[in-house]
Design a protein around this ligand. Structure first.
Ligand code: SF4
Length: 709
């Protein structure tokens, strides 16, 4: 098409959940020119700083290129694929026979493609018979999944990105969208410039997003659900609810309203709990109430919380009460962190889900077992990420296979996690890179997995849009796709027929057929239009929003404007909310709340973005951001070093003064690790307290001390 370079391949960016379309034009020397894809609906040609620098991150300098086996001296020997696969299989077999299937686990990643994820889940949950498959999506948006399932009945995002272009009011809760979903933030800014939309930011910290907002509500950490409970009370008291929608499509409104009145009886009580002024609260409530085309979008400030599920429910309640859901320009919207968090869930990538968004009811287990002809179906939920690593530490899980993620940096209590990994009887890692903190826990096998540019499959972004991520580089040396590695082990375990696939196209065709299997519109995830999709059509697949049931290949832009929730009776269910509280309170010894998050130009544990000098220029080293009054109180010097400590661990970081960080808080970035900057691995000082419904840890409020070093 016009503006599309010759020889370019359409693919998607490997970073955030915006899921931007990318045009990659290989240079024939292992590199490629990168541009935004003007035809992709997520970004319409735009890319952010991270996406634009992708070309600088290609190359084999830091890659693992051959299977490696740990030797007795703690070093690694190159072995053939046959030896590596045989020995990994033997190790799994021995442990399964000795200790049962629940002694083995997979820890996966929102970086995997849907096809990789599908076969890993199929192997563990249908054939090995353990449900211990969890993923770093647990750290990212599992509270949204649980909130959606509790209230909407299914793991469904109702709206889409076009709503951000046509909303009159966009409320961003706990989201530094300008840095973490930059292309979407640009769409919001364009809406404001062209149509006069207003942007409100709710966040304890004055972020780059907040600085650009029309209104900023600097809320006390952990009090979001009070603010939205108060909004529900306001909507009801002012006759702004949609009685028809409530009567037809929602259960539990009276109870939810009574609960909201207890949590937030008056604006004054909301002010006391949230730390906001009554004037600010009232003007926010009036603006929200008066604007039918309102999108409330949220991200990790809501999700990474011991009450994340309640926070999501509190937001959903306000949209349901006004019928502002699934309408152009109006609805609740979760901004997914990772490129394929959603695709992973579609195939059962969380320990509490089965494939195709099914759960562990006897009927669902039976349905899946018949579809797969599975000999060993898992029959109960598996362990979620934090609990899974506890089980590793307690040696209840004895074999763990980590794919495409770096838990020794990213999980809470990262030091203990790293020690636990080192104690496994069998520890296998599928990786791109030759060194990171998880690899320094010394896996028995390091399996060289395909990286972005070499991988071929599908991903699903924040708006339920499935896109092809296409290979534009050859697989180097002995590197293999993740799906292939898993299938080879499955075949060696004796499951030859169920794991013989000619390519990712055949896996996708099966996944699509499963989504439609005995699903007469009863389950949200249905891509029956792609069941048995031939390879040619798979290769040419255009981005499409699920559900795309048989006969509806163009997909579904929005859901629920006319009800139709996947709850059995079709009605959404409002739920009572707990009294808002943080998991742990500050004390004299631990007087500050440690908040963690992202910087603009790095992604996760920097194994890719760290390769680009341009990206590292924006924030070249990790800093703890401290309000100047706290700096004075604790004797900190700007540019000096400080030790942040609590019962879980300690880190040492350079001090940066930041008046946007509220007094009583610290902010530190998640990206750096012991491999990239010693003592800067902030996960070491993050508490493991989790939301009771989602199991997502509260990573933004760990009571901590700080002192100069
Ligand atoms: Fe788009 Fe996110 Fe990639 Fe930036 S990081 S180009 S916003 S997908």
């Amino acid at each position: 098409g016009p503006g599309v370079p010759d020889g370019s391949i359409r693919t998607t960016c490997p970073y955030c959940g915006v899921g931007c379309g990318v045009l990659a034009t290989p240079d024939g020397r292992g590199g490629a020119a990168i541009a935004g894809d003007p035809a992709h609906p997520a970004n319409l040609g735009r890319l952010c700083s991270k996406g634009s620098a992708l070309a600088e991150t290609l190359g084999l300098g830091s890659r693992v290129l051959h299977p490696l086996r740990r030797n007795d001296a703690g070093g690694y020997d190159r072995v053939s694929w046959d030896v590596a696969l045989d020995e990994v299989t033997d190790g799994l077999k021995t442990i399964i026979e000795r200790d049962g299937p629940d002694a083995v686990a997979f820890y996966l990643s929102g970086q995997l493609l849907t096809e990789d994820y599908y076969v890993a889940n199929k192997l563990m949950k249908g054939f090995i018979g353990s449900a211990h498959v969890d993923t770093n999506s647990r750290l990212c948006m599992s509270s949204t999944v649980a909130g959606h399932k509790r209230v909407l009945g299914s793991d469904t995002v109702p709206g889409n990105y076009e709503d951000l272009d046509s909303a009159d009011l966009i409320v961003l809760v706990g989201s530094n969208t300008a840095w973490c979903h930059p292309v979407l933030f640009r769409r919001m800014q364009q809406n404001r410039a062209q149509r006069g939309a207003r942007i409100v930011v709710i966040d304890p910290r004055v972020t780059a997003t907040a600085e650009d907002a029309d209104m900023m509500l600097a809320i006390k950490p952990g009090s979001d659900s009070v603010l939205f409970a108060g909004l529900l009370v306001h909507l009801d008291a002012n006759g702004l609810t949609d009685a028809t929608y409530l009567a037809r499509h929602v259960s539990g409104y009276d109870e939810a309203l009574a609960n909201a009145r207890e949590l937030a009886p008056t604006v004054a009580s909301v002010a006391e709990r949230t730390g906001l002024t009554p004037v600010a609260i009232t003007s926010f409530y009036e603006l929200w109430g008066a604007t039918p085309a309102v999108v409330t979008a949220w991200s990790q400030g809501v999700n990474q919380s011991a009450q994340g599920t309640d926070k999501v429910a509190a937001i959903l309640h306000c949209h349901l009460a006004t019928g502002r859901i699934g309408r152009p320009g109006g609805g609740p919207f979760s901004l997914t962190g990772q490129p394929n968090a959603m695709g992973g869930r579609e195939v059962g990538g969380l320990a509490n889900m089965l494939a195709a968004h099914m759960g562990y009811s006897p009927a669902e287990i039976d349905r899946l077992s018949r579809f797969w002809q599975a000999p060993n179906m898992a029959r109960h939920e598996g362990l979620k990420a934090v609990a899974m690593l506890d089980a590793v530490a307690q040696q209840r899980i004895k074999a763990l296979w980590v794919m495409a993620t770096n838990p020794a940096v990213s999980l809470p209590r990262a030091d203990q996690v790293k020690a636990a990994l080192g104690s496994l009887d069998l520890f296998v890692v599928s990786e791109n890179v030759l060194s990171n903190d998880t690899l320094s826990a010394k896996p028995h096998f390091i399996l060289p997995a395909a990286a972005w540019g070499e991988k071929n499959g599908t991903v699903t972004n924040s708006e339920r849009r499935i896109s092809r991520q296409r290979a534009f580089l050859d697989l180097p040396a002995e590197v293999k796709p993740d799906w292939w590695i898993v299938c080879e082990v499955a075949k060696r375990l004796g499951f030859v027929e169920a794991f013989t696939y000619g390519g990712p196209d055949e896996i996708y065709a099966e996944h699509a057929a499963l989504s439609a299997f005995e699903n007469a519109g009863t389950r949200d995830f249905d891509i029956g239009a792609h069941a048995g999709l031939p390879k040619r059509a798979y290769d040419a697949l255009k981005p499409v929003q699920w559900p795309a049931p048989a006969g509806q290949p163009l997909g579904t832009p929005r859901l629920f404007a006319q009800g139709g929730f996947f709850t059995g009776d079709g009605r959404a269910r409002m739920v009572p909310l707990a009294v808002p509280a943080l998991a742990s309170a500050t004390s004299e010894a631990l007087p500050l709340l440690l908040n963690t998050g992202r910087v603009r130009d790095h992604w996760h544990t920097m194994t890719r973005t760290g390769l680009s000098p341009r990206l590292s220029a924006h924030a070249s080293e990790p800093c703890v951001h401290v309000h100047p009054t706290d700096a004075a109180r604790f004797g900190l010097i700007e540019g000096g070093f400080a030790r942040i400590a609590n019962a879980f661990g300690a880190v040492v970081l350079k001090v940066g003064f930041d008046a946007g960080v509220p007094p009583g808080s610290l902010f530190a970035p998640i990206h750096w690790s012991a491999e990239t900057a010693s003592h800067a691995r902030i996960g070491a000082a993050v508490q493991p307290a989790c939301d009771p419904f989602s199991g997502q840890p509260e990573m933004k409020a760990t009571p901590s001390s700080i002192a100069p070093v």
